[in-house]
Design a protein around this ligand. Structure first.
Ligand code: HMG
Ligand code: MG
Length: 285
């Protein structure tokens, strides 16, 4: 079964220049909740100094109207973030590291190894609390500072996260530079080492290749796709990164490829209408 993980309220809004009022974020998540999406990444409990755009994630989590069956997840970089996420009842958390040292240092002020060490207590607490944990690997294909990332390096980080006990691994093309052959190569390398059911793919669309990459990942057995309604998004510590692949485009592409996707495009259009005036630019449809 196809699962679309909506990351617009987190990955999208973390990189919008306009200050988005909390009320609008809450209304956006509530509108997305009506679209049949199984999971919505609704905020991040990172340092408010590093990402001021998401400093109100507590308020967002406390004020949304939770639709039964929808998982509301949050990004956490460390135990402090996990505790904040738990205090406002995030259903799931996502830790994040990278396959490139320079990017990880710029993004979380730590080496890859140090960031993995920070996740240990998060995973221990989450296991005790029964909270599932996703692990993101950023710059899984390309790094804005180091260029091409060796797939073997991404595999190594994937295995470390798997050994730490994450339930799901999201493979991030942070700057949208991957191409279908690179997706095929990396997924081929991961095959047999990481169960494909554990994998999600997370494509940004900087060079217009994200939908082709989604379809390549689908051919390789991946069934979980991260996407942002309206193509919102980017990463403040990845110069040049544009938005995530649009949820609307992923839904259409998967349907055209023959999959059933339980996401309502009209409900997504209503969610887009909530957020578009606040971001102040045209969104993808
Ligand atoms: P640091 O400055 O090294 O942290 O930042 P520190 O541990 O030295 O602490 C410094 C201060 O931060 C302290 O406060 C801490 O309490 C506070 P002070 O004593 O100075 O008042 N602090 C926190 N406050 C709130 N919540 C927390 C927290 N942790 C520490 N959780 C840190 C290290 C990791 C915190 C910082 O670098 C950070 O927050 N980075 C996040 C950057 C980020 O969010 N980037 C975007 C998300 S990743 C992404 O978009 C990629 C992805 O989409 C996949 C893809 O596309 O590839 C996931
Ligand atoms: Mg991202």
């Amino acid at each position: 079964m196809i699962r679309i993980v909506e990351v617009g309220p987190r990955d999208g809004l973390q990189n919008e220049a306009a200050a988005i009022p909390t009320d609008v974020k809450v209304a956006f998540v509530n509108a997305l909740s009506q679209a049949g999406l199984p999971e919505i990444e609704a905020g991040a409990f990172v340092s408010p100094k590093w990402v001021p755009q998401l400093a109100d994630s507590e308020d967002v989590f406390r004020r949304i109207a939770r639709r039964p069956g929808v998982v509301y997840s949050a990004l956490v970089p460390n135990l402090q973030g996990y505790e904040r996420a738990r205090a406002c009842r995030a259903d799931k958390v996502a830790v994040f590291t990278a396959a490139s040292e320079t990017f990880n240092r710029r993004n979380v002020n730590a080496s890859i190894e140090e960031s993995l060490e920070r996740f240990r207590p998060v995973l221990a607490e989450a296991r005790r609390d029964g909270v599932p944990v996703r692990g993101y690997i950023s710059t899984a294909f390309w790094c804005p500072y180091e260029g091409k990332v060796k797939p073997e390096k991404t595999l190594e980080v994937a295995l470390r996260l798997k050994d730490l006990g994450v339930a799901e691994l999201s493979i991030g093309d942070t700057i949208g530079k991957a191409s279908p052959p690179e997706v095929a190569e990396l997924l081929g390398l991961l095959a047999g080492r990481v169960p494909v059911e554990m994998l999600a793919v997370h494509f940004h669309d900087t060079y217009g290749r994200a939908v082709a990459n989604v379809l390549e990942a689908r051919r390789r057995g991946v069934r979980t796709f991260d996407a942002s309604t309206g193509g919102l998004g980017g990463c403040p510590y990845a110069p040049g990164a544009s938005g995530n692949v649009a949820t609307e485009a992923v839904v259409r592409a998967l349907r055209a490829a023959g999959d059933e996707v339980g996401v309502d495009l009209e409900a997504l259009a209503r969610a887009r209408a909530v957020i578009a005036p606040a971001v102040g630019r045209a969104l993808a449809e």
